[in-house]
Design a protein around this ligand. Structure first.
Ligand SMILES: Cc1cc2nc3c(=O)[nH]c(=O)nc-3n(C[C@H](O)[C@H](O)[C@H](O)COP(=O)(O)OP(=O)(O)OC[C@H]3O[C@@H](n4cnc5c(N)ncnc54)[C@H](O)[C@@H]3O)c2cc1C
Length: 288
């Protein structure tokens, strides 16, 4: 399929990006790695008349670590994350989940910003960001704001981003990055999206969990936190009964669509299994 006609823009700084987005609000889309946007344009699910390529906006790339945060430029590719010094130690959940995204080609061009901004419930980074309590830096010609991952995902391909707004950076608190974590993803083959996946972080002391954050992928119109399961795990000692009860509560929160990966019942069951395995990974004494 051939996309509709569009005008291509190649800005080199943020001021130029914001001017273009404000001038063509509602008609322009930014292009990051293109791995989601270009297929949608080819199928004509997306028909922007202006494409604003972010590839040469250097300020959107790069990863910084300060005393309390990891700050990741939105145009950092998935492979940039994997190659960043000590990322496996700094944020092991992000490292593990990123390793399992698609295949080397997609990880080379696909960006963390695009993965998040796309609002696809099948993408992995949204649930990882929810589990890590990330904050998103958004900016337009109107100014800057910070939106928590918890408030960002509104529905399938729907986020808190306004039409003229850019996700510029992702901030992950190091305190959260250092917590115990679990990440489990069921996929049919390399290169496929998750049939079901679970990202979680928690503290675990004297047989009890606290500060539990559980997020699920491809199990509803958007990535979401399983709040009731979190509540149960936060308030009871961890044992087979509480694990089963948390799994049951998380499964009740799922509303997956039937597709080639399976029907709703199968996917929901797999969500429970991914949660159970992620939880055991996070709480086994020799794992972290
Ligand atoms: C075969 C295949 C398998 C895949 N499997 C997985 C997988 O297992 N897990 C996974 O997580 N992903 C997967 N993906 C998706 C991949 O990670 C994409 O790269 C990602 O969804 C989009 O990132 P991108 O940089 O390519 O963004 P683009 O495709 O360029 O953009 C996507 C959308 O986000 C918007 N956007 C991009 N950057 C910004 C920004 N900074 N601010 C505001 N809006 C922005 C664009 O306008 C567009 O609407 C797969 C893709 C393919 C092709």
């Amino acid at each position: 399929m051939i996309p509709s006609h569009f005008n291509y823009h190649n800005p080199t700084n943020l001021a130029q990006v914001f001017a273009l987005l404000s001038e063509h609000a509602g008609e322009a889309k930014v292009l990051a790695g293109g791995h989601s946007l270009l297929p949608m344009m080819k199928f004509r699910f997306a028909e922007p008349t202006h494409l604003v390529d972010l590839a040469d906006v250097a300020v959107l790339k790069g990863i910084k670590v300060n005393d309390s945060n990891l700050l990741i430029g939105a145009m950092s590719s998935e492979n940039d994350l994997l190659r960043f010094a000590n990322m496996e130690q700094l944020c092991p959940l992000l490292f593990k989940a990123t390793q399992l995204i698609a295949d080397p080609q997609v990880r080379n061009r696909g960006t963390i910003g695009g993965d998040i901004a796309h609002g696809d419930p099948g993408n992995d980074q949204p649930a990882v960001m929810l589990a890590l309590n990330a904050q998103f830096h958004l900016e337009s010609s109107q100014g800057k704001r910070i939106v928590a991952a918890d408030e960002f995902f509104h529905g399938t391909y729907q986020t808190a981003l306004a039409a003229d707004e850019l996700l510029t950076a992702i901030e992950i608190p190091l305190e959260q990055a250092n917590k115990r974590f679990g990440f489990r993803k069921l996929k049919r083959k390399t290169g496929d999206f998750a049939t079901a996946a679970c990202a979680l972080t928690l503290n675990f002391n004297d047989g009890q969990c606290s500060d539990v954050r559980i997020a699920l992928t491809n199990l509803a119109p958007k990535s979401f936190r399983a709040y009731q399961a979190e509540w149960l795990l936060n308030n009871h000692p961890l044992n087979q009964d509480t694990i089963d009860a948390a799994v049951e509560l998380a499964m009740r929160a799922c509303e997956p669509a039937k597709d080639l990966r399976g029907d709703a019942q199968y996917k929901t069951k797999m969500a429970g299994e991914m949660l159970k395995r992620a939880l055991l990974d996070a709480t086994s004494s020799d794992s972290q």
